[in-house]
Design a protein. Structure first.
Length: 505
């Protein structure tokens, strides 16, 4: 479970002063400019004190109307948006000191705090996957609404509800939670207008555990790609993002979500003005996929591509020395049927310019299955437009989940679907540490127990002291337990062995 570091620094005060200067200019308030060679004009002071009135009794001047209006707008925005931003409370297990390898054998219970945004009034909440990573228990703290008398609810008073993890997608660092609550306030995930550089934005969350804190900044840049190996691009902002802001929204002046705050870049953990948010269109795509399927459906077109280098362009006599070139076309695939050929240079995909391989991956990533992919290509010196049918990209877990019979594979008390580790499946999964066990292929949405710690792809080898060699063995062992009995599962995950433990419910 990772937390983010706040961005602090002297630049924040300078940014605020510069913002006030621009607002005053926009409002027509005269602001004097002075060059170093100019001397200030003499100012004739006039006393505003009435006879018998001392300086200490004089009245403080009221601020300009533009500042009053700005203050009112910010207060109204915070009051409108904050009720849909929740605090995520996570309990799990982790090493005592991650930075000290000699201490990693000591596993302790850990607590983490993050943020989330309510995207559906029936209790669906989006947050970061790293906020709930390794969670044994997930709870959501809702801010209470104003009382019937109209008085303000005391700060810190809140309702805390148990949450279920519907699904998570680590590639985009997003997760979907569900709480049993209705008629909740929500925030729209997609703004009517796309964000633009210089736009005023607000980051809302629970920094350092302080619920519903609001910070202000601007959009510093769009389509930032800190990791060139990953297709996801981010919105960059200088709005201060603190530990605990992870999963909270970055909103515009209308209260629409522009993105979900996820991480910062910082040399020493301090403020350097480099905060990043996952764009709202990506959040909306992942949310709909997780809610409908429990995992994210991706598309492919039956073709491969790679970035063009000067050497590659010179050796193949390509018309340009940059961009993305097709290096493989699957026979009888949708790209081949549409006429795509090896050495075609992809210029645009669905109207988006393609200059790097991650930009192509990102364009396909957000493409809907029921639509064709529009590609503009360069073949030699001729430009062509191709329409390629999209097909779903499937991984092993998706394929296994489609073949599962819930009646035979459901383990109700664990809330998972599991299948036997057959010789064929063992071959597909590659080298395993232990050759026997059962494979967790999915979680039953209506039976999710947030404290099991099991994930799709886990291989269960042992429960307490009983070796698990089949689903029937696991079901029998689980059935013999009473509520409150300890459960320790030895599982294999990502090539390593570990224990997950919990009490039977």
């Amino acid at each position: 479970m990772r937390n983010l570091f706040l961005i602090r620094g002297r630049g924040s005060m300078r940014a605020c002063l510069a913002l006030m200067f621009l607002l005053l200019c926009a409002a027509g308030v005269p602001v004097a400019a002075q060059t170093p060679s100019q001397k200030p004009a003499p100012v004739q002071k006039k006393s505003s004190l009435s006879p018998g009135e001392s300086k200490s009794e004089s009245k403080i001047e009221e601020p300009p109307n533009i500042l009053i209006q700005l203050n009112g707008a910010l207060e109204s925005l915070a009051a409108r948006v904050s009720p849909a931003v929740v605090q995520i409370l996570v309990t799990g297990f982790g090493p005592l000191h991650e930075e000290d390898r000699s201490q990693t054998a000591y596993i302790v219970r850990q607590h983490a705090v993050g943020s989330g945004v309510i995207v559906d009034s029936s209790g669906y909440i989006m947050t970061n996957a790293h906020v709930v990573e390794g969670a044994q228990r997930i709870r959501v703290a809702l801010p209470l609404p104003m009382g019937d008398s109209g008085g303000q609810v005391p700060i810190g008073k809140r309702r805390i509800l148990e949450a279920k993890l519907v699904g998570q997608h680590k590639e985009t660092d997003l997760a979907l939670l569900k709480i049993d609550e209705t008629e909740l306030p929500t925030l729209p995930l997609v703004s009517p207008q796309r964000p633009h550089v210089g736009q005023l934005v607000f980051a809302i969350g629970s920094p350092e555990g302080l619920q519903n804190s609001v910070t202000m900044g601007v959009v510093s840049a769009l389509a930032r790609q800190p990791d060139a190996t990953k297709p996801i691009t981010y919105i960059q902002t200088d709005a201060p993002i603190n530990p605990g802001n992870s999963g909270g929204p970055l909103v515009d002046m209308n209260g629409a979500v522009l993105g979900i705050n996820t991480f910062i870049l910082s040399q020493g953990g301090g403020s350097e003005g480099l905060g990043f948010a996952i764009p709202a269109r990506v959040v909306d795509f992942v949310y709909r996929s997780l809610r409908s399927h429990g995992h994210v459906h991706r598309v492919e077109i039956g073709a491969g591509a790679q970035e063009i280098t000067p050497t590659l362009a010179e050796g193949l006599h390509l018309p340009q020395h940059w961009g993305v070139v097709v290096d493989d076309v699957t026979p009888d695939g949708p790209a081949a049927a549409a006429g795509l050929q090896i050495q075609d240079i992809i210029l645009t995909a669905d109207g988006r310019r393609i200059e790097t391989l991650p930009s192509l991956t990102a364009a396909l990533y957000l493409h809907r299955l029921d639509e064709v992919v529009k590609l503009e290509i360069l073949r030699g010196t001729e430009k062509k437009t191709l329409f390629v049918p999209a097909i779903e990209h499937r991984d092993h877990m998706d394929e296994l989940l489609d073949t599962v019979n819930p009646e035979n594979s459901l383990i109700p008390r664990l809330g998972v679907l599991a299948i036997d580790l057959s010789p064929e499946l063992r071959t597909r999964l590659g080298s395993l540490r232990i050759s026997s066990g059962v494979v967790v292929v999915g979680r039953a949405a209506d039976l999710i127990l947030p404290d099991t710690g099991l994930q799709a792809g886990d291989i269960i080898h042992q429960m307490n002291t009983t070796a698990i060699d089949s689903v029937d063995t696991l079901r029998t062992a689980v059935g013999a337990l009473k509520a409150g009995d300890p459960v320790v599962l030895q599982i294999e995950r990502d090539g390593g062995l570990l224990y997950v433990s919990f009490e039977m419910e």
